[in-house]
Ligand binder design. Structure first.
Ligand code: LLP
Length: 429
């Protein structure tokens, strides 16, 4: 029996044996818009955001949605309407924020490889802060801002050397990672920043990794950050805001991250105890705002029994939903129509049509399905569509945002001609 509502996803539930997201019957949406299809819940995103807002109640705080998790314009618009700023990592993301009506003054620009053109674009737009990741970047940013007659607002991203106990590909705050400035170099780097003509120090920043499901790494990073703030301010450089980086992990498969408000109660207690509770606090959550708000709907094309394994071949693939192929990530897969109890379930590897053995969506899943039936891949709101590609010349799926019983198309399905619009045949000799 599949529980309803599904764990971690209160907006997803079976009603009359049909899976619904809020009040929308997902099979109807799949029939109308085709598959693969991404569907997101407005209520889930707003509830996830409000857990952070509750955590910060009564404090000076700015939530900057890490839009790399899901950068669809309508999703950005929804968060902008709630007062969110945005954590961006490219000029392309900045353009999306502006197109969605976001406030550039609430934008922070992270990333180790900002180009001069991106710096100019961000300075022109008047973003709130650059999170600088290396000493070399400081020099270039100062030069670019000076040439425009400006002073760029900056934080330095420190690398606290804390183990977030997550997948190595998404752990960022260890010495061996490419991100941030080593703890030992931080004070000297702030002193250099304060001396450069094109820069204005406004904050400090840290991000230790993603899909973190415990409070301890956040608390450790906080203590290390505050030690540095003490040293930097003792050297006469004021730090106005403290940015704690990305947010919490989510429940993919029985994961039990703390609630955002519970985590913040602990962090605020430490901040208050050390006398920093009245600073402007910033966070950059991505996954926890959108991850469990989304599902990817897919149709079963073929069942292929085998000697060692049975394969359930579906029409969504690693290009649409790359997390399993990239990180061996687990995404629950459930039928859109609750299975007839009498039908026997078999164990399948759920795979897509892409010509790679790494193209799988789920392994060893017990399913009672037939070709033509529909499945939902869960927890697909973050880092799924956003990391998708058109590999194998597969157009990107359509996307819908539901709100109660309403579903709005927020991205049309890409067409094959969209895929090769920028390409040119060779000139005929
Ligand atoms: N801030 C910075 C500087 C980041 O690099 C990230 C994520 C975030 C905030 C948001 O972190 P979150 O709240 O989502 O944990 N593609 C991977 C995740 C990559 C995360 C990259 N940085 C995945 O699918 O698991």
């Amino acid at each position: 029996m599949i529980p309803s509502p599904l764990p971690g996803q209160p907006q997803l539930h079976y009603r009359d044996a049909h899976l619904h997201l809020e009040d929308c019957r997902l099979a109807d949406l799949a029939r109308e818009h085709g598959t693969p299809l991404y569907v997101y819940s407005t209520a889930h995103m707003l509830a996830a955001l409000s857990a952070y807002q509750r955590g910060f109640a009564g404090r000076r705080a700015q939530i900057c949605y890490a839009m790399k998790a899901n950068s669809s314009l309508a999703v950005l618009q929804l968060f902008a309407q709630q007062g969110c700023g945005f954590d961006i990592v490219s000029g392309g993301e900045l353009a999306r924020v502006l197109a969605a009506g976001g406030d550039p003054a609430k934008v922070i620009f992270s990333g180790v490889g900002k180009t001069r053109a991106e710096m100019r674009q961000a300075l022109d737009a008047g973003i709130g802060c650059f999170n600088v990741e290396s000493e070399a970047e400081l020099e270039v940013l100062s030069e670019v801002a000076s040439s425009m007659g400006l002073r760029a607002p900056i934080s330095i991203r420190i690398n606290p050397n804390v183990d977030p106990q997550t997948h190595p590909y998404i752990s960022t705050g260890l010495k061996g990672n490419k991100f941030g400035i080593a703890h030992e170099r931080t004070l000297a780097t702030y002193q250099r920043a304060a001396s450069l003509p094109g820069l204005r120090v406004v904050g400090i920043d840290c991000h230790i990794g993603s899909q973190i499901t415990q409070a301890a790494p956040f608390l450790d990073a906080l203590e290390r950050m505050l030690d540095l703030v003490e040293a930097i301010e003792a050297a006469g450089i004021a730090i106005q805001h403290l940015d704690f980086g990305g947010g919490l992990g989510i429940d993919y498969h029985g994961d039990t991250p703390p609630a955002a408000d519970a985590l913040w109660a602990q962090l605020l207690a430490r901040l208050d105890a050390r006398g920093y509770g009245d600073r402007l606090l910033m966070i950059e959550p991505g996954r926890s705002l959108v991850g469990n708000a989304g599902v990817c709907l897919t149709e079963v094309l073929y069942l292929k029994p085998g000697e060692q394994k049975n394969f359930c071949i579906v029409d969504a693939a690693m290009n649409d939903l790359p997390r399993p192929a990239m990180y061996q990530a687990y995404h629950a897969i459930v039928p859109l129509q609750a299975a007839d109890q009498a039908r026997p379930a078999l164990e399948y590897d759920v795979v897509g049509p892409v010509c790679e053995s790494g193209d799988w969506i789920g392994r060893e899943r017990s399913l009672a399905v037939q070709p033509g039936e529909l499945l939902a891949v869960l927890s697909a709101g973050a880092y799924c569509s956003a990391m998708g590609s058109s590999y194998n010349s597969r157009p990107r799926p359509a996307e819908l945002l539901v709100d109660g019983a309403q579903a709005q198309l927020i991205r049309s399905r890409e067409t094959v001609t969209d895929l090769f619009r920028q390409e040119r045949l060779l000139a005929v000799q």
